[in-house]
Design a protein around this ligand. Structure first.
Ligand code: TPP
Ligand code: MG
Length: 895
């Protein structure tokens, strides 16, 4: 369609002249074709710029469908039967929500989102989304989480979910099971693949998933296919910074395997997304500016004749100037209102609609509710090459809910309908349910041999099976990998190395391994050098879909910045969120692709659980496997970086994530044991867990692993005795727990206590307070439920058993961490930790400031002895002086 919307009001231009220009252009288009017409415009634009008329760039196109009626092609489906199926789904979705809330009105849920998305989903299910089969990997579909009732209702028609399940929507604790409120693979592992309901996560996950698919192809790990990644988003959802935060990555990487569909119902929860603006136009500009292919599907077929009559572009102009708040109002108002408000601004517009009755005007459909428009948009999207596509589809929130919910600001709260409203809905969508049944609001599934069910099944069969559906398709690994880790168990022969360096050494070994070498996916957000990983640049290369088009400045050095098409490292740049979504794609590939990729995502620990925890939570929901490495962790190991960087928090923040095993190791052999066992548990035994391991940059001689089978076991369970006191005579005894960075301070304190105070202390390495804590609460729970049986003993209590003396724990994290286990130790536990804001300074100064160094551990031990009446106050007082402790120093918690 010609857009001459600006014809009428261009000041300073004679309308006659304007008309001639337009006619000349029309002639070029007609006679020479579209390409020639575009070239002509490009030339004119360049000429204008040359003559100083300024760049004429606008990111927006008029407020009309991108695909014109003439270009839209035929709809291949049976529109009538598809409408019937959609109506049945709408009914069952509504019945689910209404029934669940009748049983318990606090259950919630609504169909307002699905009501707007139904056509967008159904055209996908009937014509586009391909299932995963033996021959074809299938499409990846992220469905708008709040639309889940519609997805369940479809699965009910498909015969995949029983009426009983539907009845228990949002009541997962019913004896015969229920359905998750939203997509949760953890709770419905055979059904949902992707958790999408924390808004903003799925757009970012989809982008990095599409890129990861290309990575696997470029590395030859999976065959090249034309599988697509579809992400269905809400328009309100695009306000989340994660939603649009990586759209330039998608275009830079030419991800034409990626399609966003944004359900532009113009509303979010409280009100309009852009009451005073136009969300569709705003999104169009953002995506076009970022290099995406943008397809607007705004108006249904009913509007086509109107646009045809709109030769001078008045209607297009009028629609373009109305803000979304006005557009929303049209949905709730009468046809007469619409006539007056939209068309009444110009007699020529009024004339255009004079033959259309009010009711027909009111029900003119939006593009996102017209299967033909949606089909045309999807077809264009899957056929488009060279860049990702976004479809901006105009819909109505609560479509079909009539006056009780359509287009209303309260539509999210609409979970109960009275009988009258149900009757209306039933009649509008032609559901074969009698008036007297309405009170029960029964589910309705036509017989198996009905045309609807036959059609729906045939469509899914043709497309390779049901979507969504989740299946683990990878085969377990077989090797034991002992040889890979052996060298790290014997110490570093006095050579000073950090645990980060030790980890990188292990990574290098793993990358060479015949079984897992190819599967390892190292992921870094611009911190490879920080962690001494640059040697890997050369060893396995940095993934770049374009290879390396330039000679790197450091090409003459051994460890130059090598990019390659089959590079293995995902160097993501400064985006922990993006890196985490790469981790998620790699950590779930065992299900998505049937490939056991093993991600190792190494990052500045403060910018992990603290910054992107919701993605880590989603990774857990998705049953992700892999290793997160919090680099240069602890509040006092990272010298010179200060408050924002020094992490004393992450091990506390790791606590809530049920499947995340968190370790704070001090020595290379501890890391080796943890990683080797992790690979076994996740990739051989198929456990749905993942790991968080903190590593430091403080270099020291790595000791060999002490002998004894209990050591390996203890490392994994969370603690083991690392160095018993050699002083067998002393009556003054202590047990000191050290972890990670602070373990060596505990060892120093052991020496001071022995030499200066004749005290015999044993030092334990606590590798995981989280593991100890979980074991403790699990044991307590078992005991609670089995009162007549012999009580079980938590692992930490077993370890300490009859170990004599006072108990002191020192960590580079919050004191809350050791306090987690204090109830299961035999006596009072004194905790030293790094609560408070970090500081820039050297390690020694920091450990003094946070009161976690050997001197403070010594003091805390003596003080505990004083509490027990084993020594005099004067001894402690003198120790404070001898140790050089300033009792008036700043309190780190408050300073
Ligand atoms: C991160 C996050 N914040 C808030 C919510 C709560 N929430 C659920 S639906 C919704 C509004 C959704 O609006 P939109 O994205 O436009 O989707 P629509 O339902 O209109 O299709 C909100 C705020 C959420 N699910 N996730
Ligand atoms: Mg919305």
């Amino acid at each position: 369609m010609t857009d001459n919307s600006s014809v009428a009001r261009v000041p300073g231009i004679d309308p006659q002249e304007m008309q001639e220009w337009i006619e000349s252009f029309d002639a070029v288009l007609r006679e020479e074709g579209q390409e020639a017409a575009t070239l002509l415009l490009d030339r004119l634009r360049a000429r204008a710029q040359l003559l100083g008329a300024g760049p004429a760039f606008t990111a927006n196109t008029p407020y009309v469908n991108t695909i014109s009626a003439e270009k839209q092609g035929v709809f291949p489906g049976d529109q009538e039967i598809e409408r019937r199926i959609k109506s049945l789904i709408r009914w069952n979705a509504l019945a689910m929500v209404v029934r669940a809330n009748r049983v318990d009105h606090s259950i919630g849920g609504h169909i307002s989102t699905y009501a707007s998305a139904a056509t967008l989903f159904e055209v996908g299910f009937n014509h586009f989304f391909r299932g995963r089969t033996e021959e074809f990997e299938g499409d990846t579909v992220y469905l708008q989480g709040h639309a889940s009732p519609g997805v369940y209702a479809r699965a009910f028609l498909e015969g995949r979910l029983s009426a009983k399940k539907l009845e228990n929507f949002r009541r997962e604790l019913r004896p015969d099971g229920g359905l998750s409120s939203y997509p949760h693979p953890w709770l419905m592992p055979d059904f949902w693949e992707y958790p999408t309901v924390s808004m903003g996560l799925s757009p970012l996950m989809a982008i990095y998933q599409a890129r990861f698919n290309r990575y696997l192809e470029d590395r030859g790990i999976k065959p090249k296919t034309n599988a697509k990644v579809w992400a269905f988003l809400g328009d309100g959802e695009t306000d989340e910074p994660e939603s649009l935060g990586a759209i330039t990555l998608a275009s830079r990487e030419n991800l034409d395997n990626l399609i966003f569909v944004i359900n532009c119902n113009l509303q979010r929860l409280d009100g309009p997304v852009r009451g005073n603006g136009k969300i569709v136009q705003e999104l169009e500009a953002a995506f076009r500016g970022a290099g995406w292919n943008v397809i607007k599907a705004l108006w249904g077929s009913d509007w086509d004749p109107l646009f045809e009559r709109d030769v001078d572009g008045l209607l297009v102009k009028r629609l373009g100037e109305m803000v979304d708040g006005e557009m929303q109002k049209l949905v709730v108002e009468s046809g007469a209102y619409l006539r007056q408000h939209v068309f009444g601004t110009d007699p020529r517009l009024l004339k255009m609609v004079k033959d259309i009755p009010d009711e027909a005007l009111r029900t003119l459909r939006q593009g996102g509710h017209d299967p033909r428009k949606v089909y045309a948009a999807y077809k264009a999207a899957v056929e488009h090459t060279g860049s990702p596509t976004v479809i901006l589809a105009r819909t109505i929130k609560g479509y079909g809910l009539g006056e009780s919910g359509e287009g209303r600001n309260i539509t999210h709260q609409q979970k109960k309908l009275n009988e009258e409203e149900l009757r209306e809905f039933r009649s509008r969508f032609g559901i074969p349910i009698n008036d007297d049944q309405l009170a029960d609001t029964p589910f309705y599934r036509p017989p198996e041999d009905s045309r609807e069910i036959q059609y729906l099944r045939a469509r899914r069969q043709e497309l390779g099976g049901y979507v969504p559906s989740r299946k683990v398709r990878s085969k377990p690994l077989v090797a034991d990998h002992d040889a890979l880790f052996r060298e790290f168990l014997t110490g570093s022969d006095g050579r000073e190395v950090s645990t980060t360096m030790a980890f990188v050494g292990m990574l290098r070994q793993m990358l060479r391994d015949p079984e897992i070498g190819k599967l390892v996916v190292p992921i870094v957000p611009d911190e490879a050098r920080t962690f001494g990983m640059e040697s890997l640049f050369r060893q396995v290369g940095i993934y770049s879909s374009r290879g390396q088009l330039y000679e790197p400045v450091d090409v003459h050095t051994l460890l130059y910045y090598k990019e390659a098409k089959d590079g293995q490292i995902l160097e993501e740049g400064i985006t922990e969120a993006g890196s985490m979504t790469s981790f998620i794609a790699a950590g779930s590939a065992y299900a998505t692709h049937g490939i056991n990729t093993i991600p190792f995502f190494i990052y500045y620990s403060m910018f992990g659980l603290q910054r992107i925890s919701d993605f880590i939570w989603a990774a857990a929901d998705m049953r992700c496997r892999g290793f997160l490495l919090g680099g240069t962790a602890g509040r006092t190991t990272l010298a010179g970086e200060g408050l924002q960087h020094q992490d004393g928090n992450s091990h506390i923040l790791a606590l809530p994530i049920p499947t995340l095993w968190a370790y704070d190791p001090a020595f290379a052999y501890e890391i080796a044991v943890i990683i080797q066992d992790g690979i076994r548990r996740m990739y051989k035994d198929g456990e749905n867990i993942f790991y968080y391991i903190t590593v430091m940059n403080e270099a020291y001689a790595m000791p060999p692993m002490p002998p004894g089978p209990e050591i390996r076991d203890g490392i994994l369970k969370g603690m083991y005795k690392y160095r018993a006191s050699q002083n067998k005579k002393s009556k003054l005894r202590a047990q000191i727990f050290g972890s990670g960075a602070i373990l060596r301070e505990a060892l120093k304190a052991q020496e001071i206590l022995d030499e200066k105070y004749g005290l015999a202390a044993d030092v334990w390495s606590v590798t995981s307070y989280k593991a100890l804590y979980n074991d403790g609460i699990n044991t307590e729970r078992w005991n609670l439920l089995h009162p007549t049986e012999k009580p079980r003993v938590p692992y930490v209590s077993q370890c300490l058993g009859d170990a004599p003396g006072v108990l002191i724990a020192a960590t580079d994290y919050l004191k809350a961490l050791p306090n987690l286990v204090s109830k299961w130790v035999p006596r009072r536990l004194a905790a030293l930790g790094t609560d408070g804001f970090g500081r820039s300074d050297g390690r020694e100064a920091l450990r003094n400031f946070f009161e976690v160094d050997a001197r403070f551990i010594t003091l805390a031990t003596l003080y505990e002895l004083l509490q027990d009446g084993k020594i005099e106050p004067s001894v402690v007082e003198k120790a404070i002086k001898d140790l050089g402790i300033d009792t008036e120093k700043a309190n780190p918690l408050l300073a």
